[in-house]
Every structure is written in structure tokens, then in C-alpha cells.
Write a protein that binds this ligand. Structure first.
Ligand code: HOC
Length: 392
């Protein structure tokens, strides 16, 4: 088959290669999937301003995210169970990101462990942390990330209780698959995936193993999450984590200007405007629609990044024009991984890079660090910069 030219084509290939319960896990959103869909639709509603007769030579996509040089301002999001899209998925994605010169973020809920990824990469990656009630365990995760040379901690703030995704329940999601007819059929019809998975020992949760014995299927995972994740997580805990970590901190899951102000006060390096890819609060606004008010509230004090709904280089450009210093892709790289392993992640990044480059040029810019709202048509609702609500 010819190399996919779009993220949508990669998604089609992944759907054919990855067992349904894992494809659906990556692809679904909470409840009605309204927020998941809004994330994509609101990007599409923003229109770019075409410019002509501008010198388009010597273009550059290079930038920085939290002071780290990036070949383009696009990082890989932390995604749970990545190693179920493809055997050793987290290692392969981290290697592809390293080759592409963009940051990779390893999820706490990954299949390959922090140490697995560190052993197979040569540059620092970022580690995403969920906060459990057992603070000793949290400390041990932080220490492991530090020992592995991670250069940033991404603290997720919007999953202290787990959102509900109907497809996961219907599929009886389980990591690894159980020997029940439905799963046997799903795996048997994806022989390449199964063959590659047989070739690795990494088939469960690499970071929480030992702390979460017997956790694998959705109900045990949901109960474990409900028991372990701390629903009382507060801004004081953020300060405690910052102190424990002592390095660069990124706060993920900010969707409100007041929260952004509090996040900026913590002294973190960056916030990620994120609704968890529409996987948590169904009915939440799209990330891109709240980005302008958050940039307005704190953009002069802290780096603002955004994820959710980015499916193309055009979307990346729109986010940057609205004030984001960095962007993240989750599903696009997972589709690539499911479709072709490491090569697929490279294809996903290449597609986005190529689209970003051409789009920037056709909008009359040569340097990604120079783009701004002047590249967008302002009459669209999503671009309307409502004043941020005053802090209470
Ligand atoms: C069922 C796994 O970020 C996601 C992940 C983390 C989920 C933890 C529990 O699925 O959105």
C-alpha cells in the first residue's frame, strides 16, 4: 500500500491492524463524544488568511518548548496503553520522536516502563504523572523518572476520577487481552499485531506493576484508579510535587482562566490547555476555543501549550497563531504506531511537519516563531477573544 498522505489515512490502516478494543480505546471519547468531536470541529472552523508575493525561501519550523530546542513545536502526548497499539509501542514512539527532534511524553499508565524507554533511547524524554493517594508510590515514580534522566514532569490534573467511555465497557477492554471468545476473535483477525505482541514480554502496565497486582481488565483498572488516584488533589499537592521533582514542571488539563492563573502562580514552566482529548468531561468546550482566553490571562507569565483535536499541520499553525508556544498530538501518532510501528509514528510526524511548513509559507511566513493572529480571519467565533474572567 502507498504511504499514507494524511492522518485520516493512517487511522484507516490502524483500524485494520489493531484489535478493536485497543483501537477503540485510543480513538474514543467520553459518553457522547461531543467534546472529542468539538476538539476537531473547532479547529476546522478557524480559517487561515492566504498571502501572496512574500518571500518563501529559507523557512524554519524550529522553536523551543520549555526551553528545549524542538525541530517543530509538536510534542507527543502522554497516552495510556500505547504498547497495546503495537508491541513495545512506547519505545518505538519515543525513538521516532527522538529521530524527529520532538519531545516524547511517557504516560504513568504505559505498557513499557520508564526504565524500558530510557534503555532504548539516547535523549531525555518527558514523564507524565498521575497522583495517587499513596504518596510514597508517587515519590518512587518521580525518583524513577529522575533516575531515567527525564527532562520534564507533566502533571495531569484532570483525571482524578476516570471518565467513562462506552466503547471500552462494551469491548470489555483488558490489558493484555483475556482468553474470551470476543478477544480471541479480535486478536486472531489481527495476526501481525498478535505475532509482534508474542515477541515481547511487555504486555502489562510497566510503571505500576507490583503496585497494582491483578489489574488488567477495565473493571479492575477502574476500581484500582478509583481506589488509588487521589480525588482530593489540590494546589498544595502541586507545590509538593514540584518540590519533590525539582525540575521542569508542566501542568496538564487547564481549561479555565482562573485555574490558569493559579497554575502560573505555582512557578511551573508551562500549562497544557487540554480536556484530555475529550476523554474526561464530555460537554467541556474544545481546547482550541478556550486557548485565547487562557493566553490572555497568563500568556505573559507561563508558556501555554495545547492539545486536543490536532490532526494536521494546519491545526498546529492555528494553535500557534492563537498564542500557544507548543502543541501535542496523541491520536495521530497512535494511528501511525498501530498502522506501521515506529515507521508509522515517523510518517505521522512527517505529514504534520510537511503540512505545517507548506501552510506557513502560503500564509506568508518563513519562521514559525513569527506567526500570530494576523494569519487568521477574526470574524470566526472560536477566534473571538472574550475577556478572561477576573480571578476570584
Ligand atoms: C483505563 C486507563 O490518559 C486515558 C489515559 C489514562 C487512563 C488511566 C486508566 O485513557 O485517557
Amino acid at each position: 500500500m502507498a504511504t499514507p498522505l494524511t492522518i485520516a489515512e493512517l487511522k484507516d490502516v490502524a483500524r485494520r491492524r489493531v484489535p478493536k478494543m485497543f483501537f477503540d480505546y485510543a480513538d474514543s471519547g467520553a459518553w457522547t463524544e461531543g467534546t472529542y468531536k468539538a476538539n476537531e470541529a473547532d479547529f476546522a472552523a478557524i480559517k487561515l488568511r492566504q498571502r501572496v508575493l512574500v518571500d518563501m525561501t529559507n523557512r524554519s519550523l524550529e522553536s523551543t518548548m520549555i526551553g528545549e530546542k524542538v525541530s517543530m513545536p509538536v510534542a507527543l502526548s502522554p497516552t495510556g496503553l500505547t504498547g497495546m497499539q503495537h508491541a513495545d509501542g512506547e519505545i518505538l514512539a519515543a525513538q521516532a520522536a527522538e529521530k524527529a527532534g520532538v519531545p516524547f511524553t511517557l504516560s504513568t499508565m504505559s505498557v513499557c516502563s520508564i526504565e524500558d524507554v530510557a534503555a532504548h533511547t539516547t535523549k531525555p524524554f518527558w514523564f507524565q504523572l498521575y497522583v495517587m493517594k499513596d504518596r510514597e508510590f508517587v515519590k518512587s515514580l518521580i525518583n524513577r523518572a529522575r533516575a531515567a534522566g527525564c527532562s520534564a514532569l507533566v502533571l495531569t490534573l484532570d483525571l482524578q476520577i476516570l471518565g467513562q467511555r462506552h466503547k471500552d465497557i462494551r469491548n470489555g477492554l483488558s490489558t493484555p487481552p483475556k482468553f474470551i471468545p470476543k478477544h480471541i476473535w479480535q486478536v486472531a483477525t489481527r495476526p501481525k499485531w498478535a505475532f509482534e505482541m508474542l515477541g515481547t514480554k511487555r504486555r502489562s502496565f510497566g510503571n505500576i506493576v507490583g503496585h497494582a497486582k491483578g489489574v488488567g481488565d477495565l473493571s479492575s483498572l477502574s476500581s484500582w484508579t478509583a481506589e488509588q488516584f487521589d480525588p482530593r488533589l489540590s494546589w498544595d499537592d502541586v507545590a509538593w510535587i514540584k518540590e519533590q521533582w525539582g525540575g521542569k514542571l508542566i501542568l496538564k488539563g487547564i481549561m479555565d482562566a482562573d485555574d490558569a492563573v493559579k497554575a502560573a502562580e505555582t512557578g511551573a514552566e508551562a500549562i497544557i490547555v487540554s480536556n484530555h482529548g475529550g476523554r474526561q468531561l464530555d460537554g467541556a468546550a474544545s481546547s482550541i476555543s478556550v486557548l485565547p482566553e487562557i493566553v490572555k490571562a497568563v500568556g505573559d507569565r507561563i508558556e501555554v501549550h495545547v492539545d486536543g483535536g490536532i490532526r494536521s499541520g494546519q491545526d498546529v499553525l492555528k494553535a500557534l497563531c492563537l498564542g500557544a508556544q507548543g502543541t501535542y498530538i496523541g491520536r495521530p501518532f497512535l494511528y501511525g504506531l498501530g498502522a506501521y510501528g515506529k515507521r508509522g509514528v515517523t510518517i505521522a510526524l512527517d505529514i504534520i511537519r510537511n503540512e505545517l511548513d507548506i501552510t506557513m509559507a502560503l500564509c506568508g511566513k518563513r519562521d514559525i516563531r513569527d506567526v500570530g493572529p494576523e494569519l487568521l480571519h477574526h470574524r470566526l467565533p472560536v477566534v473571538a477573544t472574550e475577556p478572561a474572567r477576573p480571578s476570584q
